[in-house]
Ligand binder design. Structure first.
Ligand code: ZN
Length: 330
């Protein structure tokens, strides 16, 4: 049995100074215009405890061997209160609440380094419904944290296409995108896995933030109320199946390597911050050796995460573990 193998420790792509310089952020006059149109959005986010949040992301970076001062923390000024993409409509329990896709709540645009939050949708959803009105700042906060996690994940843009005005190759955390992939029939790789990791980590950060940050949007009573609500209700969580996929994957790796689950999870977080390339043949071979099939190939383009989770769960059967143990004890 091989032990303590850090299968996720691989360097990501270097990011050139020119690539960094192309990141623009939100121009001041645009921020000013948004402030006039959506003052309430700014009233809430200005109370967010940015130093606390930045420090938490810094801690994670430090644990991942990355200088905390170099992380791409957006803060208030690099978010704008409008969606990047139009929302689609999905019926749901809280009426309008789930009419929008997860992407519809917010997004992070790697090309411009700007976070988008669908404030008009949130305002409309919570504004007139008394029973969910109190959730509005929490909804904004959780969306904000999710997109901030995308932003602090390793982001790489390469091969700027002057003609098209955009990049040909991109990576954020585990997600990879390239125009060449698009020609081969797939635009995004490991998007689901990346979202699962981002949302799981964001939920950890959210809960820690609500317990420890200094944020006058929330008093003790509303935080306690929210924590109870959040346990029972899925509406403000996203990528439920993707999280499940990450958790089952974590369990699987933990079991076959005898590395505690928490350590494996920290390794996955480190990969997010380092921009681990899961297309790397060495890693693919290693995972295939562990799970017995080309799991990363399946995870790279998976749409039905539920199906993959079921497949993975079967792999964690006691017989499978015994087989692996036997294999490694030879
Ligand atoms: Zn996301």
């Amino acid at each position: 049995m091989k032990e303590g193998r850090e299968i996720f420790r691989r360097p990501g792509h270097p990011e050139s100074k020119e690539d960094l310089a192309k990141r623009e952020g939100v121009p001041l006059e645009m921020q000013q215009r948004f402030r006039e149109v959506y003052p309430e959005f700014y009233q809430i986010i200005e109370k967010f405890d940015f130093p606390y949040l930045k420090e938490r992301y810094g801690d994670i970076a430090r644990r991942s061997g990355i200088n905390p001062r170099t992380i791409n923390f957006l803060g208030a000024n690099n978010f704008i209160p409008v969606p990047q993409r139009p929302a689609r409509q999905i019926p749901g329990r809280l009426g309008r609440m789930m009419r929008y896709t997860q992407e519809g709540r917010g997004s992070y645009d790697l090309d411009t380094n700007v976070g988008h939050i669908n404030w008009p949708m949130m305002r409309e959803m919570h504004g007139n419904k008394e029973e969910i009105q109190w959730l509005l700042p929490f909804h904004l906060l959780r969306t904000f944290i999710h997109e901030e996690t995308h932003a602090v994940s390793k982001g790489v843009c390469t091969a700027f296409d002057e003609e098209a005005g955009k990049y040909r190759e991109k990576q954020t955390g585990y997600e990879q995108w390239s125009t060449a992939d698009r020609e081969r029939g797939g635009e995004y790789f490991f998007k689901r896995f990346d979202e699962g990791v981002v949302e799981k980590l964001s939920q950890e950060i959210l809960l820690d933030y609500l317990k420890n940050a200094r944020d006058s949007n929330f008093d003790v009573t509303s935080v306690v109320r929210f924590l109870e609500w959040h346990k029972e209700n899925p509406e403000l969580k996203s990528y439920v199946n993707e999280i499940k996929m990450v958790e089952v994957f974590t369990k699987l790796i933990s079991k076959v390597t005898s590395v505690p689950e928490e350590v494996v999870w920290q390794g996955i977080v480190r990969g997010l911050f380092e921009g681990e390339n899961l297309k790397n043949q060495e890693i693919k071979d290693l995972v295939e050796e562990i799970v017995g099939f080309d799991l990363l190939e399946e995870m790279s383009t998976v749409r039905d995460t539920e199906e993959l989770v079921q497949k993975l769960e079967k792999k964690i059967s006691p017989t499978f573990i015994d087989r692996i143990k036997l294999l490694y004890s030879r």
